[in-house]
Design a protein. Structure first.
Length: 148
């Protein structure tokens, strides 16, 4: 994982609408940047819905929320519509952002080692510095982890 206190790597990618966003778009705001494996899977849905259900709380505390996975913009659009997610999702189909944020790597599942998305969340301050890094995400109570 990236270290707390370091500058967040620059990123640029397409959100579900096909528009391009970058880290610079969030300058002056706190950003919850969360990486998740796949749209509409049980854990990823629980995590997204927990963030959705607490979105107004994040906004009131000066945070923006942005998700990243390797799914396509079309998949993200369906995920957002199905679960009424109020925040954007970046389609990192070439893994550029995932790798820059050390959220891509070896995973073990039932003894088998594969490469995949490592569920990770970074909180980035108004100046672009990482102020928190969460590697053991509780998908059903992620907001509590972030705001504690």
């Amino acid at each position: 994982m990236l270290q707390i206190g370091t500058k967040a790597p620059h990123f640029e990618g397409l959100i579900e609408t096909g528009e391009r966003v970058s880290l610079a778009d969030y300058a002056g705001k706190k950003l919850v940047l969360y990486f998740y494996p796949k749209d509409s899977t049980p854990g990823c849905t629980a995590e997204a819905c927990d963030l959705r259900d607490n979105y107004e709380r994040f906004l009131s505390l000066g945070y923006e929320v942005l998700g990243v996975s390797r799914d396509s913009t079309a998949s993200h659009q369906r995920f957002i519509e199905k679960y009424q997610l109020p925040f954007h999702l970046i389609a990192d189909t070439d893994l550029t952002i995932l790798k820059a944020y050390e959220a891509w790597g070896e995973k073990k599942n039932y003894g088998k080692v594969t490469m995949g998305t490592l569920r990770t969340t970074y909180v980035i301050d108004e100046q672009g510095t990482i102020i928190d890094a969460i590697g053991k995400v509780n998908t059903k109570a992620h907001t509590t982890q972030i705001l504690q």
